[in-house]
Design a protein around this ligand. Sequence first.
Ligand SMILES: Nc1ncnc2c1ncn2[C@@H]1O[C@H](COP(=O)(O)OP(=O)(O)OP(=O)(O)O)[C@@H](O)[C@H]1O
Ligand SMILES: N[C@@H](Cc1ccc(O)cc1)C(=O)O
Length: 362
Amino acid sequence: MNIDDKVYLASRNTVEIVTLEDLKKVFEEKEHLRGYIGFEPSGLVHVGWLVWMNKVRDLLEAGVDFYVLEATWHAYINDKLGGDLDLIRKAARLVRKVMEGFGIDVSRIKFVDAEELVSDKDYWETLIRSAKNVSLARVKRALTIMGRKSDEAETDFSKLIYPLMQVSDIFYLDLDIVLGGTDQRKAHMLARDIAEKIGRKKPIAIHTPIITGLKGPGRRMDVVGEIDEVYAAHKMSKSKPETAIFVHDSPEEIKAKIRKAYCPPRKTMFNPIIEINKYLLFATPGFKLYVDRPEKYGGPLTIESYDELEKLYVEGKIHPLDLKNATAEALNKLLAPIREKLRRDPEAREILETLLKTKITR
Ligand SMILES: Nc1ncnc2c1ncn2[C@@H]1O[C@H](COP(=O)(O)OP(=O)(O)OP(=O)(O)O)[C@@H](O)[C@H]1O
Ligand SMILES: N[C@@H](Cc1ccc(O)cc1)C(=O)O
């Protein structure tokens, strides 16, 4: 595959690449790049995660050696699943199954867990050297990467270690490319700055879009701050189940959730239904949205591209209810293979049942 094709795959459907020039350069210089994403295995998987999973697929296709970090200790620090590490490990297995069901060749991914990393003394050397080169204020500001506000570390010091662990994960795995949703930006910028100071590889950051929670931004629209902070505040999130469509939800549940969702007429910003179309459905090559509406409301319609959908919606030519019905139908088709995998795979079924019985804490 030529360099332009690799760069195209790595950068399509992203919000930003820091920096695109660096990305081109490393693809030119190296045959095999090392990339990763980390996640806190803390429960169920929602459709927002499929956005980064699509990018993992792209990066594998572009020949990147890809690591997925199951951030078990990070989930423990972040009070996930009541701090039960056994359950946290189980939750990590579920993500692997979902990736498989989503058609990603998991045999080409190296799965590593945080317990493996922290058992090496070199990891701690990296963490302490990183800590030597950052201020407390900067670490506190980075707590948005774990869905927290700066003051939430006041009564639990471990939370201040987390951002530096994420930076150390990056150096320890010797990565060229770090992937995450836009809410992970502060960790990646921290890693880039510290890398220069301690002579480590400066990672290229790829940020994928964030899908807003089903309730919309609500009063959290008031959040002022940098764009990653705004996204972090109102994203679809598994620790707020009422904001999320889970990949295991039944077609009926999905229909009902979408029907109730925030979807203001003519508005596309922070509109989760529009975003599901933009970042997931139309991100699938060849996708077309079929709107099956009665003649008296304009008759059936096939929308060929996201731009076309946006134009029609902003002009008020598609009613939110018609958009919702069409989106539910299309999303159900996209999720069908994952649902099937979770139903047929005995291990996946067992984990899902356990997690569904567990209170998702944070
Ligand atoms: N709503 C979303 N849309 C797109 N990507 C998302 C969304 N939520 C999380 N991600 C991405 O998924 C990865 C894992 O994020 P994270 O574990 O914080 O998810 P979460 O569902 O918000 O979980 P939690 O509620 O436990 O914080 C990150 O790279 C993050 O940017
Ligand atoms: N901070 C990430 C999880 C993560 C943890 C460690 C990492 O190295 C990378 C990502 C999240 O909230 O989803």
